[in-house]
Design a protein. Structure first.
Length: 284
């Protein structure tokens, strides 16, 4: 598995398995196990997904099967902004460790930049310094807030997980992430509900046919070659396998350029700077 060295030296797999909306416990456990059997080593969950215990059960099943050792895995979870006050965040961290069945978590992110971000960040720093988290980061954070967070805290975020796909490539944001050495991880790398629209792009289909790959594989490969880590989600075994089978071909420079031109810079979900989005988020 291709990895990326984070700004604190920790190696993170460039491809992982997303679990958003996988709420049925049995289905969640089985898809995590299927993903690990298929070679995924990074699993992405969150307090808000309500599935940390099922993800933990999938991890336990994989460990019991002997396919992996704990240190082979890279588990990410995210704190929810309603629990960003210091004691709430400490309690949430303990809950996450318990539900996942782990004595340390590889990556913990602040899910959204709302509420008491500073208090929550300092709790993550506390757990990081105590060795209970290997790397800490943020999600859905615009560059302006990120620079502020970096300036006034001890530990620099290792990663920003933001909506990124063919139609929302985040080229402007990437400049800032690179400047501050914060890794870029794509959520919704297949566009969540917009997958079919992207799969139908003529250029995507043409490149896929050339390499004998599927449009989904081309889109994931495109992000990885752009130095963007990806965490596609599926509960179907064939797709889980398909989405990791992207390390035996390489897009040419002109193909990368063609795909780059399809950017619409239009996020569907990740718009934390827009008042209507923030207002809506306050109802969550
Ligand atoms: P995604 O882009 O991974 O798309 C998932 C959908 O694409 C699936 O439901 C399926 O319908 C389709 N799909 C998957 N593989 C396919 C294939 N090979 N062929 C055809 N269709 C395929 O969307 P996502 O689940 O929203 O994002 C991935 C992960 O990112 C999530 O599961 C979650 O872990 C994380 N995420 C984080 C945030 C955040 O705020 N930090 C927000 C959304 C998602």
């Amino acid at each position: 598995m291709l990895t990326k060295k984070l700004n604190n030296g920790v190696e993170m797999p460039m491809l992982g398995f997303g679990t958003y909306q996988v709420t049925d416990p049995e289905e969640c456990k089985n898809s995590v196990l299927t993903a690990i059997r298929a070679g995924y080593r990074l699993i992405d969950t969150a307090v808000a997904y309500g599935n940390e215990d099922a993800v933990g059960a999938g991890i336990k099943a994989a460990l019991d099967e002997g396919i992996v050792k704990r240190e082979d895995l890279f588990i990410t979870t995210k704190m929810w902004f309603r629990a960003y006050e210091t004691e709430d965040c400490r309690n949430a961290m303990e809950e996450s460790l318990r539900k996942l069945g782990l004595d340390y978590i590889d990556m913990v992110l602040l899910h959204w930049p709302f509420g008491n971000v500073y208090a929550a960040w300092r709790v993550l720093e506390e757990y990081y310094e105590a060795g209970k988290i290997r790397a800490i980061g943020v999600s859905n954070m615009e560059a302006d807030r990120l620079i502020d967070l970096i300036t006034f805290n001890k530990v620099k975020p290792a990663l920003n997980q933001i909506e990124t796909h063919l139609y929302c490539q985040r080229l402007a944001e990437k400049v800032w992430l690179q400047k501050y050495d914060v890794a870029h991880q794509a959520y919704a790398p297949l566009g969540q509900g917009r997958a079919n629209e992207m799969f139908s792009e003529a250029a995507v289909k043409e490149i896929a046919a050339k390499y004998g790959k599927t449009p989904a594989q081309v889109l994931l490969r495109f992000l990885i070659q752009s130095d963007v880590a990806v965490i596609p989600k599926s509960v179907h075994e064939e797709r889980i396998k398909e989405n990791i089978d992207i390390f035996d071909f390489e897009l040419a420079a002109d193909e990368m350029d063609t795909l780059k031109k399809l950017d619409k810079a239009s996020p569907m979900i990740g718009r934390p700077e827009e008042p209507d989005k923030v207002e809506f988020a306050m109802t969550w």
